[in-house]
Ligand binder design. Structure first.
Ligand code: RUQ
Ligand code: CUA
Length: 665
């Protein structure tokens, strides 16, 4: 074994050491007098934008209003949520199934709002799961997760789920390369054989235009590097996808040094239209895999998980016109395409400039086979031939770039804690503004579309420090809102966020609010255990399993008295909320339930599994204050010893004698 040489480690550029970030020099910079007015949304008034923000290691999405910064909702995705019983109810458990089993957590970095012709269409929001590679699709009608697909042959799904212009595909690029056996067999090799054995992949996940259903359409087999971020082309470049790649050194240890050796890594350009044609022409190799595809239905109010065993893969070293590499300084992170689709911005974390590539020149260089080298069998285009130009001295630690549609780009600078505004055509910096502190992603409403909505830029910061009241060792995460309507950016507002906000997208409320669903129609409820009227409520024993067909309506359950449950039973409360009014969910809880409550939307059926652990009378009640008589919305379950002869009985509102016979004196 080779010992790690700490002297080598100590000679890395000073810039590396500064990567922990530094505070801006004037943190007390006053905000201008009219800021409060600009973010004030009067009581009863609505915000102009929805801001969908990833929750990072919380695996959720949070939804804020802009400009107020008010939090509207936290949508559970790769997480269990005791508030809504997501991941706890029997109906939603299959959504978190994976080839690794039940995985109720993930690390979610990037939001992608669906687009048609490159413009927001307000249908869906997609988000990646980094750790157990997945992509989820959330409906903007219900604000619920409808589908989760696992990505086979991937490790660390970071450059994801970015979309093509018409949302034909979502993308999944592997952050960790890994030994990949094309036959699907397990691979057991030493870690230090990285260079020889490790491969990278990117996957194209097709999205059905109408229903949104996802499928792994195909994968590309690629060199063993780290794919970091990506963006789809648009307009002239709409058939292409661009990925930033780092660790082209192919290091497998101490990456902070060993993956920072080369002056340039790559932006990878993929012609996905060509790939589609190759797949149609039967050029895909079948690989054996095993991944979960989970779908939730608003008709059955239930989900299914299906394991899929095969995927098609293309090898770009054989299919020569699919993939091209472009040198990009240095350890690029963000890879962003401007609204015209003509320019691709690579943000090298360790670079002292921002390179901007010209799509036009890329096409010409490909045409002329203007290659400077080959990398693992893939052509590397000449840097100078594909470069539109460089933004000089933009700041330190460029990470991500968004656009306002007026010819300006906004790049986040992690190390120097600032947003830098620059002109895309002439590459001059026109403004800079400090962020508090260490900005990661940033978001201009509509920034990644062909028609940005502009108006604001939001900074999602990595460090909060002194911005809020302290809350112990962990501080709230933080976002900041800036006005970009004028020439100079102006800080308007700080607002706290949940989890770690990585990326967010903002969309005008007018594209989402009118489609929001208010209730589920009870007559359309196809849940196998739905109870559509109180007279159908009942309790059915099937051996040790007891199914309670229960209804809820202001302000009672039917049945609300149940006897004949015995120790050793598994009880399934299938609660149907019969309400057909907006904003009248009912809750359901029973003493000793060790998973969650249920929160059942109007017209919906949800199931709580309960295994009684003691003999006695256990109360149940509605957990959501639904009417003046909410506190009366209660009931009892009697649990008798195993083998006892207590008969199964149930009822609501009858006299005790009618329901249960004469009381024992
Ligand atoms: S990342 S702060 Cu998108 Cu995970 Cu750049
Ligand atoms: Cu129903 Cu409270």
């Amino acid at each position: 074994m080779k010992r790690i040489n700490f002297f080598t480690a100590a000679t890395v550029p000073l810039l590396l050491l500064a990567l922990n970030g530094c505070a801006p020099k004037n943190p007390t910079q006053a905000i201008t007098g009219d800021a409060a007015e600009k973010v004030y949304v009067a009581p009863g008034k609505h915000d102009e934008f929805y801001n969908f923000v990833s929750g990072g290691f919380s695996g959720q999405i949070s939804v804020y209003g802009l400009p107020s910064g008010r939090l509207f909702r936290v949508i559970p995705v790769f997480s269990q949520d005791p508030q809504t019983s997501w991941g706890y109810s029997e109906e939603t458990k299959p959504m978190l199934n994976t080839s690794h089993g039940f995985a109720p957590w993930d690390d979610s970095h990037h939001i992608a709002l669906s687009t048609t012709n490159g413009e927001h269409d307000g249908k869906w929001v997609f988000i990646n799961g980094n750790n157990t590679p997945r992509i989820a699709r959330i409906s903007l009608k219900t604000f619920r997760t409808e589908e989760i697909i696992e990505i086979p042959n991937a490790s660390g799904n970071h450059s994801s789920p970015f979309l093509t212009e018409n949302s034909e595909y979502a993308i999944a690029g592997t952050r960790f390369s890994f030994p990949l056996d094309y036959s699907g067999a397990t691979v057991d090799v030493p870690i230090n054989t990285y260079k020889k054995n490790f491969k990278g992949t990117v996957s194209f996940i097709s999205i059905d235009k109408e229903k949104g259903s996802m499928a792994v359409a195909f994968q590309l087999l690629l060199p063993g590097v780290n794919f970091d971020l990506s963006r789809g082309g648009r307009g002239p470049s709409k058939d292409w996808f661009f990925f930033s790649c780092y660790n082209t050194e192919q290091a497998n240890t101490l990456l902070e040094v060993n993956a920072s050796q080369k002056d340039k890594d790559f932006i990878m350009a993929v012609n996905w239209k060509k790939a589609e044609q190759y797949i149609k022409a039967g050029k895909g190799k079948k690989l054996n895999v095993n991944y979960a595809h989970n779908v939730y239905s608003d008709e059955t109010h239930s989900s299914t998980s299906t394991m899929i065993k095969e995927v098609l893969a293309l090898d770009p070293t054989e299919l020569k016109d699919l993939v091209y590499l472009m040198p990009c300084p240095k350890s690029p992170h963000g890879c962003d395409v401007d609204p015209t689709g003509k320019y691709i911005v690579g943000s090298g974390k360790l670079a002292a400039l921002i390179p901007v590539f010209s799509f036009d020149k890329i096409l010409k260089a490909i045409e002329a086979k203007d290659y400077e080298a080959e990398y693992e069998g893939l052509p590397v285009l000449k840097y100078e031939s594909v470069l539109h130009g460089e933004v000089k001295k933009p700041g330190l630690g460029p990470l991500h770039t968004e656009f306002d549609g007026k010819g300006f780009a906004y790049t986040s600078m992690f190390v120097s804690s600032e947003i830098v505004k620059w002109n895309i055509e002439n590459l001059t910096v026109v403004d800079r503004v400090p962020t508090y502190y260490s900005i990661g992603h940033l978001c201009v409403p509509g920034g990644p579309t062909v028609k940005p909505h502009g108006k604001y830029v939001i900074a999602y910061n990595k460090i909060t420090k002194d911005r809020y009241l302290p809350t112990g060792p962990e501080l709230t995460q933080s976002a900041q809102l800036y006005d970009i309507s004028g020439e100079k950016m102006k800080l308007l507002l700080d607002f706290p966020t949940i989890g770690e906000p990585h990326y967010g997208e903002a969309i005008p409320a007018t594209l989402v609010a009118p489609n929001s669903i208010k209730i589920f129609k009870i007559e359309d409820n196809k849940h196998p255990y739905a109870t559509k009227s109180e007279k159908d409520a009942r309790v059915v024993r099937e051996g040790k399993k007891v199914h309670v067909y229960m209804t809820s309506m202001r302000s009672h359950f039917v049945p609300d008295n149940i006897e004949g449950i015995k120790m050793g039973d598994e009880v399934y409360f299938h609660v149907t909320n019969l309400e057909q009014d907006w904003d009248v969910p009912h809750g359901f809880a029973i003493k000793g339930a060790n998973n969650a409550e249920l929160l059942i939307m109007p017209g919906e059926t949800t199931t709580l599994k309960w295994v009684p652990d003691r003999v006695g009378i256990l109360p149940m009640y509605c957990t959501d204050f639904c009417s003046a008589l909410h506190q009366e919305m209660t009931g009892y379950v009697r649990v008798s010893p195993a083998g006892s002869s207590t008969p199964l009985k149930w009822g609501t509102g009858e006299s005790a004698e009618a329901a249960f016979g004469p009381a024992v004196k």
